[in-house]
Design a protein around this ligand. Structure first.
Ligand SMILES: C[S@@+](CC[C@H](N)C(=O)[O-])C[C@H]1O[C@@H](n2cnc3c(N)ncnc32)[C@H](O)[C@@H]1O
Length: 287
């Protein structure tokens, strides 16, 4: 029993040491580029169906310590800026189908990574589609994907990609949809919600779509937003095996200034954290 305990402690110690050594290695330009190239290469071994459909590159997992050389180690370790993994298109599509008049709205993906959500949004007639991400390399891939969509579907809304922090992006237009796929932690999300509240106070119509709403409680607490839609959405059968889970929680809020009185708002679902800082599910309140 004692030997088992010592062995476990040793394994955990070695795992932590390896992780710290890897993060330190990525603080040098050479180390980061080397590991990023490797991660991108292995990402291509397991191609998500949406990449096949559109001949784009959005598959795989890129750990957060490879995203931006400027991010400090505390933010990496606490996962304030999250790893890259593309959203489940079926889950986002379900949320987007619940929205009215998307042609009057601009779509923003905060933490767009390689741009999978941007491509899914382009299937809907948005006014414009904008993504922002910390990582220069992921933004370059997202831009390439956007060019492919523009060539193949010239009638779709234009997709643009900016490199930078999501807290600093300009949110233009009277009607906006803000999408997040658990891109960051509470320290980053709080000022973003404050900004969105200012937009609502100024009379703008704002939707927030949160897939895997780990910090969704921060939106729930806001008096400026009310529930529009909530569901635990199963992935399409061809997506299973390309995602760690078979479904994802999706919650949509709309600014109270534009909320129709008759909308019931899916209040009978609650957000439950099933893996701390990692996964949230949307569960019927009576369960
Ligand atoms: C889970 S991925 C989301 C990918 C994309 N939204 C999608 O649905 O396909 C999270 C992304 O957020 C980015 N990110 C994390 N913190 C950020 C921040 N403060 N500003 C901009 N991007 C950020 C990461 O680089 C990563 O690519």
């Amino acid at each position: 029993m004692k030997w088992f305990w010592v062995q476990n402690m040793l394994i955990n110690y070695l795992r932590s040491a390896r992780r710290i050594a890897t993060i330190l290695f990525t603080r040098s330009a050479y180390g980061r580029q080397y590991l990023l190239r490797r991660a991108l290469k292995s990402s291509q071994r397991h191609t998500h169906p949406i990449d096949v459909t559109y001949s784009i590159q959005t598959s795989g997992f890129i750990p957060n310590f490879l995203s931006d050389p400027g991010v400090n180690i505390a933010k990496i370790v606490s996962r304030e800026n999250n790893h890259y993994a593309g959203c489940q298109p079926s889950c986002l599509r379900k949320a987007l189908r619940s929205l009215p008049d998307t042609n009057k709205f601009a779509f923003y993906d905060l933490g767009c990574g390689m741009g999978r959500a941007l491509v899914v949004a382009s299937e809907f007639p948005f006014r414009e589609i904008v993504g922002v991400d910390l990582s220069k390399e992921l933004c370059a891939i997202a831009t390439k994907n956007a060019q492919k969509i523009a060539q193949s579907f010239p009638d779709r809304a234009q997709i643009s990609v900016e490199q930078g922090d999501a807290t600093a992006i300009a949110l233009g237009g009277d009607r906006i949809v803000v999408f997040m796929y658990h891109s960051f932690g509470r320290t980053t999300l709080t000022p973003i919600i404050n900004r969105l509240e200012q937009l609502v106070k100024a009379g703008r119509d704002v939707f927030i779509i949160f897939e895997n709403p780990v910090n969704g409680d921060l939106v729930e607490q806001s008096i400026y937003f009310s529930r529009w839609y909530a569901e635990q959405v199963p992935g399409d059968s061809d997506e299973i095996g390309h995602h760690s889970d078979v479904d994802d929680g999706v919650v949509v809020w709309r600014s109270v200034n534009a909320m129709p009185a008759q909308r019931s708002g899916h209040q009978d679902f609650k957000i439950v954290i099933t893996k701390p800082t990692w996964r949230a599910e949307v569960v019927r309140s009576d369960r």
